[in-house]
Design a protein. Structure first.
Length: 351
């Protein structure tokens, strides 16, 4: 098989792209159509896994040391490693692309991957490895990436990578990330098992537990051991968005960075936000945080200073979306105060 053929086959599994003018539309669609998206990615995973399993059984995988460049990369803790030999060879990997100055989707994607990492527990760093590769290597050196990793509580088994611009360009090209404008980079997550040759894409906006399960399924041993009951789902994230739109939106768009009454996560605890800020201000900030920062709104600027590297992105929320979120926030804030006063806890899974 020619190298070009290998690249074409890899590009055939690219499923999710958003950026530039289409970014807000894509993100809002991902948030509001989470159930359909999860079903689609599930079906595509089954199909891709079937194809990969057949290919593995009949021929060597084309995505090996002859496909991936073995170029040096630098980790956020300052180590120099070879991309294929040290990071890909023989491993199950989860790869995405970010840059630390991104104020759009990178913070939310990274925060949601942090949730996935927590779902996977000790398997990360032992059986599964996370890599976030900067698309701005001239700006993002190890020091900046280390701060970024600390902000999102990356932990062992999750490396943030930089390197020479030409080397990073070749690596991302091989992984299907070929955008020419920084803000239009792909927001998909690459999942791979170098041992079996299985590679596919998924979305950080999938249901958190489903995405964690999809990653585990990259391991044939795990697939052999686990026999999920068809149609059974215990995911606390699989909210009925049509019935409780505020809750569904909070889980998909906010819960990765915020809690309501459980303390600071990546961003501030939102309990009592409606008492601290006017509703009109909160609604505007939910809908147009980037415009408010650009206009030097003092509260928006203060939030950026208090939580560096985690600027709230513009998710393209409508006025109705913001109202739904504020209603849910108000209800949960009252419950949080009441439960705390009674020495109780919110229901399991409630952010």
């Amino acid at each position: 098989m020619k190298p070009a053929d290998s690249e074409d086959r890899m590009l055939q599994v690219i499923l999710f792209k958003g950026g530039g003018r289409t970014l807000k539309r894509v993100v809002r669609t991902a948030l509001l159509s989470a159930g359909a998206a999860a079903a689609l990615f599930s079906l595509l995973h089954i199909h891709a896994a079937s194809i990969a399993a057949t290919a593995t059984a009949t021929s060597p995988s084309p995505w090996n040391d002859t496909y991936f460049p073995n170029l040096p990369v630098v980790t956020h803790d300052g180590r120099v490693l070879r991309f294929y030999d040290d990071l890909i060879k023989g491993k199950i990997v989860v790869i995405n692309f970010i840059y630390t100055s991104c104020s759009n989707i990178c913070p939310l994607t990274t925060a949601r991957l942090a949730e996935v990492r927590n779902q996977l527990g000790d398997a990360v760093g032992r059986d599964i490895f996370f890599y976030s590769i900067t698309l701005d290597p001239l700006m993002d050196g190890p020091e900046l990436l280390a701060k970024y990793a600390e902000t999102y509580k990356a932990g062992p088994g999750w490396l943030f990578l930089t390197g020479k611009p030409d080397d990073i360009d070749l690596i991302r090209h091989k992984l299907g990330e070929r955008s020419r404008v920084l803000s239009e980079h792909r927001n998909a997550v690459m999942l791979g098992n170098d041992r079996t040759g299985e590679w596919q894409r998924d979305s950080a906006f999938s249901d958190i537990e489903q995405l964690a399960a999809t990653i585990r399924k990259m391991d044939p041993k795990w697939r052999e051991q686990v026999r999920p009951v068809a149609g059974e789902s215990k995911s606390v994230h699989a909210a009925d968005i049509s019935a409780t739109p505020g809750k569904g939106l909070f889980i998909k768009a906010c819960a990765a960075c915020h809690t309501i009454g459980h303390g600071v996560l990546v961003g501030p605890d939102l309990a009592g936000a409606l008492e601290r800020r006017e509703r009109t201000w909160l609604k505007q900030f939910m809908m147009e945080p980037d415009r408010m920062r650009a206009g030097k709104d003092p509260v928006a600027v203060a939030l950026d200073e208090a939580y560096p590297g985690v600027s709230m992105p513009n998710l393209g929320l409508s006025g109705t979306d913001a109202d739904d979120l504020l209603t849910y926030l108000s209800e949960q804030s009252r419950r949080s105060v009441g439960q705390t006063a009674n020495g109780g806890q919110l229901e399991k899974g409630t952010p």
